[in-house]
Design a protein around this ligand. Sequence first.
Ligand SMILES: Nc1ncnc2c1ncn2[C@@H]1O[C@H](COP(=O)(O)OP(=O)(O)OP(=O)(O)O)[C@@H](O)[C@H]1O
Ligand SMILES: [Mg+2]
Length: 383
Amino acid sequence: MASSDQIRLLVVEDVPQVAQYIRNLLNTQALVKLLDIVTDGGRIVADIAELRPDIVVIDALLQGKTRAPAVLEMVRQSGNSLPVILLTVPQTPIKPDPNRGIHAVLTMPFSGYDLLTAINQVKADFDAGSSEATSQLIAVFGPKGGVGRTTLAFNLAVSLGQLGRKTVLIDGSIQYGDLRGLLKVPPDAPSILDLPTDRVAQSDLQDTLWRDPSGIDILMAPPRIEQAEMLTVRDVEKVLSILRRVYPMIVIDMSAAINDINLCFLDNATTILQIATYESMAVRNVAAVTETFRAIGYPESKLRFVVNRADSAGGMSPELLARAIGRQPDHLVQSDGRLVVASNNEGVPFVLAQPDAPISRDVRAIAVQLADLPRVPAAAGRR
Ligand SMILES: Nc1ncnc2c1ncn2[C@@H]1O[C@H](COP(=O)(O)OP(=O)(O)OP(=O)(O)O)[C@@H](O)[C@H]1O
Ligand SMILES: [Mg+2]
């Protein structure tokens, strides 16, 4: 195993026998690199700065001048956001409490297996949690069919990939699987339903994602309409959680419905990119759903508006849309029927087929702005 994959461990333990026991347990494996076992918890901040551990193990029963709660607090205050495993004895039970910086507790006597399992688990959970907070989840939504969600979601995801962001596109049009159609994916290509429902592992993703030649990975919708019913909100939550560990950018092509699955996508989104056109029915629906989003409690910063085919207003004043949504739209995308239809029919993104076309520049501009948004966790809203 490459040393960069090793988990770096710092231990604070003042009982020599226990220290030696831990040394022996870790002696015969390469997964964990034992950096040091220090006896004085008072120096923990300096030790962390010098040794750069991934995890700190602290004996909860330290007898020295600096007791375990103080050491724990120093680790928390050190600004390194490090997970801690506490060691205790059966007579002094302690519960893990990540809010207090205690990510796991090991009760003595523990085996080498117990120790390694705890270390692995804490590292995996901690990595997942910290990357979850920094993934952008962009829900490409529009409360009216045919406004260009699938086209824009695909081209936007490819543009984000081109900007160097590792991007996954989720076909969230669960019933019709629009991306399956767009990309002419064979019916037996795996879908979101092929991921195990109980404990999805990262390795399961490798077999399930569609690797598009455009450089992005795509999680397909089920191949048949009636299979959409098999997908639960719980499944979707789990899938999003695991994708967040791997991808800093997640784009979802959604359907127009407001149902439980779509609300799950919307709740989890860091940005809802709402697609509208200058058509009275589209404007009416966008106004209605935007009111609902505000009533739900989604913050304004989570909502962004794209006008697609913005140069074909058909006589409608752009002000009508601005009034309906209570602000100016954030992005405009030009109409280009020839390029869009030809690219969609070939299943290639127009941003790659004709990068200099005005519509490609428009989509790239959205990608650039989204890529630069501050990395915030999904906003509260209904959660
Ligand atoms: N900017 C554009 N210029 C010209 N044509 C466009 C543009 N955007 C989308 N289209 C066309 O509009 C049609 C609908 O696009 P798309 O399927 O992406 O919309 P959708 O919102 O996903 O629709 P659905 O309701 O089927 O999910 C397609 O024929 C597409 O080629
Ligand atoms: Mg669609």
